[in-house]
Design a protein around this ligand. Structure first.
Ligand code: AMP
Length: 248
């Protein structure tokens, strides 16, 4: 397996053994720039712990696909590499967090992305005292800029099963078709080089302070994302086990 963070049938099968059912993962934040592998790792953690992935990007794209009012507002913003309005994203997350499948924990993927969102999340969890009554653990995944560019521009996704490929490092067996579903793979409209560069600027300006915030709170770990998917997963899991075992 190459040092990218893609997920296909091969990589997915490595790490899907369910973890000890008595382990309570609690809220987990996956932080990091576009392309570090948050989505891939979130999918693997879902299989391991049976807790949901809450990806604000996926929620927004689902709204775009359904043509909802939120989708109409978000479409142009996403395709320009900027961030959707805090209030809109916060409201979406608030609703999602109150669904019963979050009771043992959840993985927030791509949220919070601004300091305002982080404050909103911290306040919401404190005020609503939603189960599980555990503080958030934040994991920041780090990958160098040029590698991110390669991952983002090479990323292709199966519209049916959501498997993630990369035309440079993890190509499908048949050109542009999903190995599992044979569906024609798609490229996200914001995965072009031009939009990637905008997304990175947005990340540096608006999301870097979020990372600083959670680093300051403790219960924070940095993980090298430029290693095989399984190694990144192992590093995230050991962080979780260490911090939760310490009662945090
Ligand atoms: P992602 O799938 O996480 O890479 O998100 C794709 C795009 O959706 C981002 O570039 C933003 O335009 C938008 N987006 C996703 N999550 C958020 C968020 N937490 N706050 C604002 N915009 C978001």
């Amino acid at each position: 397996m190459l040092g990218n963070a893609t997920l296909n049938s091969d990589t997915a099968s490595h790490s899907t053994a369910p973890a000890d059912a008595s382990f309570l993962p609690g809220p987990v934040l996956l932080l990091g720039a576009p392309g570090v592998g948050k989505g891939t790792q979130a999918q693997l953690l879902v299989s391991r712990y049976g807790i949901p992935q809450i990806s604000t990007g996926d929620l927004l794209r689902a709204n775009i696909a359904r043509g909802t009012e939120i989708g109409l507002k978000a479409k142009e913003i996403i395709s320009s590499g900027r961030l959707v309005d805090d209030a809109l994203v916060n409201a979406m997350v608030l609703t999602r967090l109150q669904e019963p499948d979050t009771a043992r924990g959840y993985i927030l993927d791509g949220y919070p992305r601004t300091l305002d969102q982080a404050m909103f999340l911290d306040r919401t969890l404190a005020e609503l005292s939603l189960p599980p009554a555990l503080p958030v653990v934040a994991v920041n995944i780090i990958v160098a800029y040029e590698e991110l560019l390669r991952r983002i521009t090479g990323r292709r996704i199966c519209p049916s099963c959501k498997s993630i490929y990369n035309i440079y490092t993890n190509a499908p067996r048949l050109d542009a078709l999903c190995d599992l579903e044979s569906a024609a793979l798609i490229q996200r409209p914001d995965d072009t080089e031009e939009v990637f560069r905008e997304r990175m600027k947005t990340f540096e300006q608006q999301t870097a302070p979020v990372i600083h915030h959670y680093r300051g709170l403790g219960r924070f770990e940095e993980v090298n994302g430029d290693q095989p998917v399984e190694a990144v997963l192992a590093a995230i899991e050991s962080t979780l086990l260490k911090l939760r075992a310490a009662g945090r």
